[in-house]
Design a protein around this ligand. Structure first.
Ligand code: NOJ
Length: 466
């Protein structure tokens, strides 16, 4: 399936406060239905002090007033169902907000130590914060204390949360930072790194093996509890581990985000390696961008954006499309981040619906300004058969015809090629022409002149049918 990631804050404002909301999402559902996606994933909408824009949850079974309320959530689910769209929630099981009542009422639901070990927080600095003569663990911001999943009361409480939204109509969950669920029970130091981690790390993390601070013993049993709570609802895990270490996450979840692809550069050798490794697991959820790592058109270069979309939407297994990527929206200018201390504001600018100054996002002052609505917007691209939006829509439609099988093909340097049943896909990552590796009837190309005789144009991708 194709899952469209909605970052609620930046999708559509309905009440003029400059912040997107659930009623706004409902008003724009026809865009998703027209695009042909199967599901939408909502980044967190729960009540939150917003130290990490909702990834610091203060109540797992309600909606933050800035986004709406439970009645509005029900209207959104109903409207999605009418259009055949599944709705995936974002579950944040490893930490709460420091303002969650649990932190006051059940301190034993969290991880404490008498003195800090050498574990580092994802955004830098020690992962321990002093409080009342002890230290609590926070794998992310200090406002996000880590829950202790070795406490059965935590497991039971989170199973209730998992059931709550599924019973309310959610089709499943994207599960946040799940490799942080279980730590070494003895809280031993992370030893020095002896081999590369397999995914990019921050300077503060790279010298450590990170073997005790995450992915610890008991993970499989804890994931089984999650699965038990949701039955066969869809679960996709945000697992920041290379694919060779996806077990046990891949055993219990339907899919695991392929960070090797998301974080690679636009280089055929690296792309081939990432695709091969992740596809072999049979559980890859493909994504090329999100609210943490930047947009497809910026990450891979505007000249490669169309071919990248063609690749994303023809790989085998679920594909995740971040809002705005369908029109080639780019990151905002790298000005100092006003809201997110980790510098991610630039990946979160509002969706550009039309060419007006506010991009049709809000009648008020947008919390972040739109980047370039006059140059790129949904309204203009809908009417243009040559637009990125039209290409993405055609790719989503063609995707249903691609066969089940998957095989990487030999190709010239700089070309990524693979077979999907009776179709073959080739993408030229270089600025030069390259031989097209297979024969067949062109079905869809990233540009009108992508295939010239037996050669593939620079930066182009083509799908052919044998
Ligand atoms: C991953 C989320 O995508 C990110 O936005 C957040 O900061 C961390 N997990 C912590 O919840």
């Amino acid at each position: 399936m194709v899952v469209y990631q909605v970052y609620p804050r930046s999708f559509q404002d309905s009440d003029g406060d400059g912040i997107g909301d659930l009623a706004g999402i409902r008003a724009r559902l026809d865009h998703l239905a027209w695009l042909g996606v199967d599901a939408l994933w909502l980044s967190p909408i729960y009540p939150s002090p917003m130290a990490d824009f909702g990834y610091d949850v203060a109540d797992y079974t309600d909606v933050d007033p800035v986004f709406g309320d439970l009645a509005e959530f029900d209207r959104l689910t109903e409207a999605a169902r009418e259009r055949g769209l599944e709705l995936l929630m974002d579950l944040v099981p490893c930490h709460t907000s420091i303002e969650h009542p649990w932190f006051r009422e059940h301190p034993d639901w969290y991880i404490w130590a008498d003195r800090p070990n050498n574990w580092v927080a994802a955004f830098g600095g020690s992962a321990w914060e002093p409080r009342d003569g002890r230290y609590y663990l926070h794998s992310f911001y200090p406002e996000q204390p880590d829950l202790d999943w070795r406490n059965p009361e935590v497991v039971a409480a989170m199973q209730d949360v998992l059931r709550f939204w599924v019973e309310r109509g959610a089709g499943g969950y994207r599960i946040d930072a799940i490799d942080r669920l279980m730590k070494d029970p003895e809280l031993r130091d992370d030893p020095p790194a002896s081999e590369p981690y397999g995914l990019p790390l921050g300077d503060h993390e790279v010298k450590l093996a990170l073997s005790n601070s995450r992915n610890g013993p008991g993970t499989s049993a804890a994931l089984a509890k999650m699965r038990e709570a949701v039955g066969d609802a869809f679960l996709v895990g945000e697992v920041y581990l290379p694919s060779r270490r996806w077990q046990p996450y891949s055993d219990h979840f339907d899919a695991v985000f392929a960070f090797e692809l998301l974080l690679t550069s636009w280089d055929a050798t690296l792309l081939n390696t990432a695709i091969r490794a992740c596809a072999e697991t049979g559980k890859a959820a493909w994504a090329m961008s999100n609210h943490d790592f930047g947009r497809l058109a910026t990450r891979f270069g505007r000249e490669n954006a169309r071919a990248a979309a063609l690749m994303l939407l023809t790989l085998p297994g679920p594909a995740f499309l971040y809002q705005g990527d369908e029109i080639g929206q780019g990151d905002g200018p790298p000005w100092e981040s006003t809201f997110d201390r980790a510098g991610r504001d630039r990946f979160r600018h509002p969706m550009q619906w039309d060419g007006s100054a506010d991009g049709g996002f809000s009648t008020g002052e947008p919390w972040l300004p739109p980047v370039d609505p006059a140059d790129r917007n949904v309204e203009a691209q809908r009417d243009d058969p040559g637009s990125m939006l039209s290409l993405v829509r055609e790719l989503i439609a063609l995707r249903r015809e691609l066969g089940d099988g998957f095989e990487l093909l030999e190709a010239a340097d700089g070309v990524v090629a693979y077979r999907r049943g009776g179709h073959a896909v080739a993408v030229n990552t270089t600025p030069e022409r390259r031989p097209f590796p297979v024969r067949g009837e062109p079905r869809l190309a990233s540009a009108p002149d992508a295939l010239q005789g037996d050669t593939l144009a620079p930066h182009a991708g083509v799908v052919v049918q044998d």
